[in-house]
Design a protein around this ligand. Structure first.
Ligand SMILES: [Zn+2]
Length: 74
């Protein structure tokens, strides 16, 4: 699929990405989220079922597969 960003000539490729969300004041990092990523500008799209799944995950208690350190930019 062609990129939806105006003027971008890239196409979306299926990729598994690391997705970060804020949940009740906590930072949740979810690995291997299926997504479509533009090969040129890096724009990320989620399929509707992926968005639904992420919302479902937030309703349940998160059980981390493992914990990782969080680094601050500033
Ligand atoms: Zn693009």
């Amino acid at each position: 699929m062609k990129c939806s960003i105006e003027g971008c000539s890239g196409v979306y490729e299926e990729r598994k990405i690391v997705h970060t969300i804020s949940h009740k004041g906590q930072v949740i990092v979810i690995g291997h989220v299926p997504s479509e990523v533009c090969s040129v500008c890096g724009d990320v799209l989620f399929k509707p079922e992926t968005v639904r799944h992420l919302e479902e995950l937030q309703k349940t208690e998160f059980r981390p597969a493992r914990t990782i350190p969080l680094y601050e930019y500033a």
